[in-house]
Design a protein around this ligand. Structure first.
Ligand SMILES: [Zn+2]
Length: 244
């Protein structure tokens, strides 16, 4: 009798972990940032560490709501400036009517840049005086087809990621990074701010800058070579993928 009770206790204790696994608790905080899964790779353009970047917007190109969205996305990146270690501040200076080429200047304007296969509705043109990955000045163009103010904020948050060393990550899980692909044109993905994995990767990018500065990155189309677009019938809305 006594013996069989011990056997039963052992059996229950063995079953314990199994029961816990059957009812898992969410542990999102401990999700790692694996490159290609939750995190974008680094090695792209960067503003110099601690740069005060003067940002100008061709406001005549945008509605008032769009300008607010753009400034919101700038501020979202500013709010992680310390935690990423970049020290970079994107300081909105006001309106302009032309592209600026001053040191540490960023101009945001409209321009036809829509890349159908990659669903980029924004384009980044960066210049480096030393022909390395450090930006001297840059221009971000927002395609005229992008008219939804929230989608504009999401697109700028993504494009600014390309200014902090981040590459696209089309294989990354939904909502894990702002460097993911947009699933539809003009539909907000509700990601106007860098994620924790974006912050982690920008930190890596600026850590690396202290050790070595890479040459100016090649054209983004070349960087993305080998990545298959999910679909090529944009700007049509793509159905949601099946949930895993
Ligand atoms: Zn991109």
């Amino acid at each position: 009798m006594k013996f069989s009770r011990i056997v039963l206790l052992i059996a229950l204790s063995l079953a314990g972990p199994g029961l816990q696994q059957a009812n898992p608790k969410s542990a999102d905080n401990s999700v790692p940032c694996k490159v290609g899964q939750q995190a974008p790779a680094i090695g792209f353009w960067t503003w110099a560490a601690n740069a005060r970047v003067e940002v100008f917007i061709v406001t005549a190109d945008f509605k008032a709501d769009d300008v607010s969205s753009l400034i919101g996305a700038l501020n979202n990146w500013n709010s992680v400036s310390e935690v990423t270690g970049s020290g970079v501040k994107l300081e909105y200076q006001g309106s302009t009517d032309h592209q600026l080429t001053c040191e540490n200047c960023l101009t945001i304007m409209r321009g036809t840049v829509f890349d159908k296969s990659k669903r980029h509705l924004t384009g980044l043109t960066a210049f480096s005086a030393k022909h390395d990955q450090i930006i001297s000045y840059a221009i971000i163009q927002v395609d005229p087809v992008l008219t939804n103010a929230k989608a504009i904020a999401d697109a700028l948050a993504h494009e600014l990621g390309h200014n902090f060393g981040l590459l696209d990550c089309y294989t990354c899980k939904k909502k894990s990074t702002v460097m993911n692909q947009f699933r539809a044109t003009n539909v907000p993905n509700e990601m106007p701010a860098p994620t924790s994995c974006d912050v982690a990767q920008v930190r890596e990018a600026y850590k690396e800058l202290k050790v070595r500065v890479r040459p100016s990155p090649p054209d983004r189309d070349l960087m993305d070579e080998g990545e298959e677009p999910v679909d090529d019938d944009t700007p049509v809305i793509v159905p949601k993928p099946p949930q895993n």
